[in-house]
Design a protein. Structure first.
Length: 278
């Protein structure tokens, strides 16, 4: 079974077939044993790359997860890579581990540590160094980006489309916003498969912190008007994306699937981890 079949249990009696699902983790200490005891082998797991971790921790966690039987998508943050040889070593390690997909992003580092200032430059070297053997995912922003205009973001995707395999959207809380974003991409000639990035179970304080930092205020305001959810957010509860995933599965909107930002919270009680599906 793969995580891609987990929404079956989540959807319950909903008449709509659930979208495929994959999860994202942060390579912190102790997370790999937690994954091994919680997430079924064969599931797809994306591994983030944070500025204070660097790509080495991402690469190590990714190869170890691959050895445990998971399909792994390591993140490579352009501004966190010190030199081209560092990228080449990471890619060789991924190839040896049987990893076939990576995710290229500019990263949160204020200054580039080496030759890559943005994800396009990084993608070009990934393609050259690996001879096109890696599928490369890129980021999309349904609600914009704090530092870039909407036109610049679309232009960047158009420039990367020939090297990219798919788009994973930034965390969003609104099915309508995600659907509108996919429609916009298609109207602009961007036809890459789109994975909708949604948060898993997130404590209120962490949710609000992330929303402010990455600029997802509009959809956060949207969900905070929804009665019981608003009360949970305002009284110290946690946000859960179960309703949002159900709405996305119903709308479809040309989505390839759901990319779940777990923030290392793998406590997913409504996902039947014993189920055998895809």
């Amino acid at each position: 079974m793969t995580v891609q079949s987990l929404p079956r249990a989540l959807a319950g009696s909903a008449p709509h077939a659930p979208l495929p699902l994959r999860i994202e983790i942060v390579p912190t200490e102790g997370i790999l044993p937690k994954v091994a005891t919680t997430v079924p082998q064969g599931s797809t797991i994306a591994v983030t790359c944070l500025p204070h971790h660097g790509i080495e921790r991402t690469a190590e966690a990714s190869t170890r997860l691959a050895a445990l039987g998971y399909r792994v998508v390591p993140h490579l943050a352009a501004r966190s890579i010190g030199e081209r040889s560092q990228l080449a070593r990471a890619l060789r390690g991924f190839q040896t581990a049987g990893i076939t997909e990576v995710f290229a992003v500019g990263g949160d580092a204020a200054q580039a540590a080496g030759p890559y200032a943005n994800s396009l430059e990084l993608m070009e070297d990934i393609a050259e160094l690996a001879g096109g053997q890696f599928a490369i995912g890129v980021a999309g922003y349904p609600e914009g980006h704090p530092d870039h205009s909407g036109i610049d973001l679309l232009d960047a995707l158009l420039a990367k489309q020939h090297l990219a395999a798919n788009i994973v959207t930034q965390m969003c809380f609104s099915a309508s916003a995600i659907s509108a974003y996919v429609a916009l991409l298609r109207s602009e000639g961007i036809h890459l498969p789109v994975w909708a990035g949604v948060p898993g179970r997130v404590p209120r304080a962490r949710l609000l912190e992330l929303a402010v930092r990455i600029g997802v205020g509009p959809s956060l305001k949207f969900i905070s008007r929804k009665g019981p959810l608003a009360r949970r957010l305002l009284t110290g509860g946690s946000y859960s994306s179960e309703q949002l995933i159900g709405e996305l599965s119903a709308a479809r909107a040309g989505l390839a699937g759901v990319h779940l930002f777990t923030f290392n919270n793998l406590d997913l009680p409504k996902f039947d981890l014993a189920e055998r599906g895809l």
